[in-house]
Design a protein around this ligand. Structure first.
Ligand code: ATP
Length: 353
């Protein structure tokens, strides 16, 4: 049985339903990210898991226990918010001790736990400082220590990195992941930043208007987005519109190409998504999936050369590794592109039974 189970969870505010019959099972020790644009229901879902918000319908179980109607303090969750939310009038050590004091733990236990937590986040020397004397990144590490001090079963992180500058964001992201692995704690992380989600998660839940659009590992979500929304929300890609032309074939821009097998009746409209790195300029021996095009733009980025290539009525983005022996093509040059059929992803297909 999974550690955390959300079953048919719904949330309505008055007449507005913002989470629709949401199902998700999370395993013990897993790091799962809710990813989606502003207003898609990420925070509302997290608040229901934490107990700050009651579902309108459905159940939430943690480790086999139905917690749907339990208050936050009975759920053993630790939460970290975007704004550090430390108590400004308390020292770092007192902030970390707060939950333990509320729980009435003995003094000696609190002292040693605070010490352990501060060592864990490598701020052992700053226990006597006040939050205003810390950098944003340090404050967020204290918030993390405070959340972990009560030894929660679940760690909930609501955009904990978005208030920090880029460099700190990267290092703290790694630190959170290392800590989560070390402690073996189950974590849910909320973000609207796709790169963050790809790098930190065991699994990503792509949310769109209160529904799970797709659930999968970063590798699956990036390489095999199932819907137009999931595809467009994660990474850069180009879309080729056409129609089915027999099993595993598609007619597009006046030519026939091979695509992943799909079972669509000939003539049915199809959308093929291609990542820039799936396309290459030098089709060595490829006889199929050759697309004739014209270079519109060349962006030399160093290790990668990004090109915009016009193919019929469509512009495709293509990333090729820099080859020191071969200068990139010039604007206006006619080229032949190639992609492997398995690297194309058909979107919005009916789900296989
Ligand atoms: P963001 O990234 O902007 O924080 P989010 O994905 O976390 O967005 P939520 O905060 O979960 O989105 O909000 C989802 C929807 O529910 C929004 O349309 C929001 O306006 C609405 N909503 C959230 N809380 C309430 C509330 N207490 N009363 C009414 N509507 C609410």
């Amino acid at each position: 049985m999974s550690f955390l189970i959300l079953k048919s969870v719904r949330k309505s505010f008055g007449p507005h339903t913002v989470v629709h019959d949401f199902d998700l099972a999370i395993e013990r020790g897993e790091f799962v990210t809710f990813l989606g644009p502003s207003g898609c229901g990420k925070t509302t879902l997290l608040r229901m898991v934490a107990g700050f918000e009651a579902p309108t319908a459905g159940t939430i179980t943690v480790d086999g226990r139905d917690v749907t109607h339990l208050p936050p303090n009975a759920r053993k969750v630790g939460m970290v918010f975007q704004a550090y939310a430390l108590f400004p009038n308390m020292t770092v050590a007192d902030n970390v001790a707060f939950g333990l004091k509320v729980a009435g733990r003995p003094k000696e236990e609190i002292r040693s736990r605070v010490e352990e937590m501060l060592a864990l986040i490598k701020l052992g020397h700053l226990g006597g400082r006040y939050p205003y004397q810390l950098s944003g990144g340090q404050q967020q590490r204290v918030a993390l220590a405070r959340a972990l001090a009560v030894r929660p079963q679940l760690l909930l992180l609501d955009e904990p990195l978005s208030a920090l500058d880029a460099k700190i964001r990267l290092s703290l992201r790694q630190e959170i992941r290392d800590l989560q692995r070390k402690l073996g704690i189950t974590a849910i992380f909320v973000t609207h930043d796709q790169e963050e989600a790809l790098s930190i998660s065991d699994r990503i839940v792509v949310l769109n208007e209160g529904r799970a659009e797709q659930v999968g590992t970063p590798f699956e979500i990036y390489n095999h987005p199932r819907t137009r929304f999931a595809a467009s929300f994660i990474g850069t890609l180009s879309l080729l519109e056409g129609e089915a032309a027999g099993e595993g074939r598609m007619r597009v821009e006046g030519q026939e190409i091979r695509v992943p097998a799909n079972g669509n009746a000939p003539g049915r409209p199809l959308t093929l998504a291609l990542r820039p790195e799936a396309l290459s300029l030098h089709p060595v021996a490829a006889k199929e999936n050759r697309l004739e095009g014209t270079i519109e733009e060349v962006d030399f980025l160093g290790s990668v050369v990004r090109m915009r290539v016009r193919v019929g009525g469509t512009t495709l983005l293509m990333d090729n590794f820099n080859d020191p022996a071969t200068p990139p093509p010039a604007r206006g040059e006619k080229v032949t592109l190639h992609f492997a059929p398995a690297d194309g992803q058909l979107l919005d297909q009916p789900l296989a039974e």
